[in-house]
Structures are given as C-alpha cells and as structure tokens.
Ligand binder design. Structure first.
Ligand SMILES: Nc1ncnc2c1ncn2[C@@H]1O[C@H](COP(=O)(O)OP(=O)(O)OP(=O)(O)O)[C@@H](O)[C@H]1O
Ligand SMILES: [Mg+2]
Length: 268
C-alpha cells in the first residue's frame, strides 16, 4: 500500500505540549500518521511515549498546554474521550486495567456498538473478526466470559488489547507496548496479527522498546521520542540500529538541537 493509494485519512500532531502532575512531559511533539501506515514509536523509559498516547486519547490526568492534534481535520483536543473513540481513535494500554463485573464479551460488544452508527453495526462481521483473532492471538474463547482483564497474565492482557483493536476496527490505533511481557511465541502471534490488521483504512502507531515485534509488524517509519519530543525518525533499519547502539547517541543529538525546533529530524 503506497501513500498515493491511501484514501487520505490523517492523524496530525503538531507541537504538542502536555503536563502531568504539574510537570511538563511533552515538549513539542510533531508526528503524522496516515491510514495504510504502520509507524513505530520508540524511545527511552520516561521519554513521554505513554503520555502522548494518553494525551491523544483524552485521559483527564494529562493537560494539554499548547499544540494541536487533528484527525481528518477534526480537532481531537476539543472532544471528550468517548467522542475521540467515535472519531476513530483506539488506544491499547501499556498497563491494561482490570474491570470486575464486565465480561470481555460485553465490553467488546458495547464498545463496538457505541463507536459506530446503528446502521454500521454488522453483527456477523464482528463475530467473524472475533473468532478469527481469538485464534490468531492464541486466546482461549473461554476468556470472553471472564471479567475484563481480571486475573489474566501480563501476556494475556496484552493479547486482549490487540483483540480489542481487531474487533473494534478503528481508523487509527495506538498500541502502547503490545509486546511487553510476551513470551517468544506470543510476540510472533501478536506481531503477525498486527501486521494482518494493516489496512488501507487504518493507521497504526506501535510503541515498543524492541525491534523483535517489528520483524513481524513491519513499520514504514520509526520515530524516536527523547525527553518529550520526537528527536529522530527513520526507516525500519533505525530500530535495529537502536537495538545495537542504545539511545545515548540520539540523546546527545536531541540535547544539542535548538529548543522549539521540534519537527522530526530525518535520519540521514
Ligand atoms: N502523575 C505524574 N506526576 C509526575 N510525573 C509523572 C506522572 N505520570 C507520569 N509522570 C512522568 O512522566 C514521564 C513520562 O512517562 P511516560 O509513561 O509517558 O514514559 P514512557 O516513554 O511511556 O516510558 P516507558 O518506556 O517506561 O513506558 C516519566 O518521567 C513519568 O515519571
Ligand atoms: Mg510507556
């Protein structure tokens, strides 16, 4: 899928600044994600990757102080979290929350029906996607009856997040470390499922620390966040370079760049 064939839906983040607990974490994030693309977001612990994900999803703990986020020209920042979801944005959590009293099945069906118009609710398609992806993710269908995430292992929770994306079919998905805590076979299952979920009508931002998932879910671009800004971008090979060289060389480059010049540096 090339960009020129894409129907042209775009998520644009411009010079986004955000605080949490009174501390500025995002210091001018710029990034663009188009439908049809799979983009990886990497970066050291604490650099602000999850903060960006939460800020875009509308988590009330995160205060946007300046900047923009548009989904197809719609100002996301003006919308409540549920309206952002209806506009097509999905977030798969780094730390999925356990919810007692709501089964995975009930949660998925409610989310599915609440994020689309009644005439667009296709029960057969929902069930088909569900069955297919329970199997591709190696999840026992019995999980559907269990309370959301309650008592699931770390890896099972991660697979459940990807299952949510697969069934809700969002236009833009941010997956925050879908590979953390997964065993070797599960990384392959999750990576291959994410790759299968690539679509001309979907853009995916995959936050990860490791290039191993990117062997299966093959990104078009890799962004690197350092200290609340996208400090570097490059092709798939950048993930391998980071794995062998670490982040110190990126941090040095980011520190020497002028504050305020937050546009993603291309990796020449
Ligand atoms: N409530 C809070 N009060 C103060 N600082 C906070 C709060 N929540 C998060 N932070 C800080 O924000 C920074 C960015 O955190 P964030 O979770 O976005 O990093 P990350 O890039 O996702 O890291 P990781 O790779 O470890 O998941 C961290 O230094 C974190 O301690
Ligand atoms: Mg994080």
């Amino acid at each position: 899928m090339t960009q020129s064939e894409s129907p042209g839906h775009t998520l644009i983040v411009k010079d986004l600044h955000a605080t949490v607990g009174g501390k500025e974490i995002l210091k001018g994030v710029n990034l663009t994600l188009k439908t049809g693309e799979l983009v990886a977001l990497m970066g050291p612990n604490g650099s602000g990757k999850s903060t960006l994900a939460y800020a875009l999803a509308g988590h009330p703990k995160y205060t946007i102080t300046s900047g923009e986020a548009h989904l197809d020209g719609i100002d996301l920042l003006k919308l409540s979290p549920d309206k952002r979801a209806r506009a097509g944005l999905f977030l798969g959590f780094q730390y999925p929350v356990e919810v007692s009293g709501v089964s995975l099945s009930k949660f998925l069906w409610t989310s599915f029906t609440q994020t689309r118009k009644a005439e667009d609710v296709d029960t057969d398609l929902f069930q088909q996607n569900l069955d297919q992806h329970l199997s591709s993710l190696g999840l026992d269908p019995a999980f559907m009856k269990r309370p959301l995430n309650e008592g699931l292992s770390g890896g099972e929770k991660k697979r459940t997040e990807v299952l949510q994306m697969a069934t809700l079919d969002p236009r833009f998905a941010i997956l925050d470390e879908p590979d953390s805590g997964l065993d070797i076979d599960a990384v392959k299952q999750v990576g291959e499922t994410v790759q299968k979920l690539r679509s001309p009508t979907r853009g995916m931002l995959v936050i990860t620390h490791y290039q191993r998932i990117l062997k299966y879910a093959r990104p078009d671009r890799v962004y690197v966040m350092v200290d609340g800004m996208v400090a570097l971008s490059g092709g798939r090979e950048l993930a391998e370079e980071l794995e062998s060289k670490g982040y110190d060389w990126v941090k040095v480059g980011a520190a020497s760049s002028k504050p305020g010049t937050a546009s993603p540096a291309s990796h020449a």
